[in-house]
Design a protein. Structure first.
Length: 248
């Protein structure tokens, strides 16, 4: 089997622009990779911090620094020994996946918190590995795509969710005897309850708390009512202490 070594400078427009030195393992090229990786991750981290997520600026920068450093070390080891290429980078991807999974939180309302930030950390790590390998243009494209996904698409995603046929609510009743009245009200609104799950975290609080999955069955309701409007209307029922839509 014949292996072909590809020079990033042959494929990367940024390297052709600044010079072939950026594709080498010289001090200047390595510093450039670290600076770009830290800059990209800092911008992503700032975006997460402004939305009050636990993984913010420093977390993303440290993660990016580690992934970039590991990839550059892999490149150096391969250049000096001609074997064991990308072993450390592969291990870094596994470690990164574990870190991202462990960053997820489950709230008292049985909601998964931090899923988007966790995936963003994983994507930022991949971006850092790409930049660390000397592929600046793909790294830049990944960074731009990641930033747009995090900052622009939430509004579009929120619109789609607010107009979808299915949604889940966190429901707090003043007493469990009112659950049947709530079910009856939902059916009168031409909606269907797919699942009701009692939340044991509120045992002894004096409230009956449920996670309720609902499907909108009426075309009229789907056409004129959003989830927000439906939940606001249900919130006026006297036996409902609190109600809100559950979002990831």
């Amino acid at each position: 089997m014949i292996f072909c070594t590809i020079n990033p400078g042959q494929l990367d427009p940024i390297i052709r622009l600044v010079g072939d030195w950026a594709a080498s393992l010289t001090a200047g090229a390595l510093i450039l990779r670290l600076i770009l990786s830290l800059l990209f991750s800092a911008i992503i981290g700032c975006e997460r911090s402004t939305k009050r997520h636990s993984a913010g600026l420093r977390t993303f920068m440290l993660l990016s620094l580690s992934c970039t450093g590991i990839m550059m070390l892999d490149e150096y080891l391969y250049a000096t020994t001609q074997n064991n290429r990308f072993i450390l980078s592969a291990a870094a991807v596994i470690a990164l996946s574990i870190i991202c999974v462990n960053s997820l939180l489950v709230s008292a309302r049985s909601q998964i918190k931090g899923l988007t930030t966790s995936v963003a950390m994983w994507a930022c790590g991949v971006m850092s590995l790409v930049v660390g390998a000397g592929f600046y243009t793909p790294g830049l494209i990944i960074f731009v795509a990641l930033l747009i996904t995090l900052s622009v698409f939430p509004r579009f995603e929120g619109y789609l969710k607010n107009h979808s046929n299915h949604f889940e609510i966190h429901l707090e009743l003043t007493d469990s005897v009112y659950l049947q009245d709530f079910v009856t009200t939902i059916r009168k609104l031409s909606m269907r309850i797919d699942d009701i799950e009692l939340n044991p975290a509120y045992a002894g609080s004096g409230l009956s708390v449920y996670t309720v999955s609902i499907t909108i069955g009426s075309d009229e309701v789907k056409k004129y009512k959003t989830h927000t409007e439906l939940i606001e209307a249900l919130g006026t029922l006297k036996y409902i202490y609190h109600i809100e839509e559950m979002r990831l």
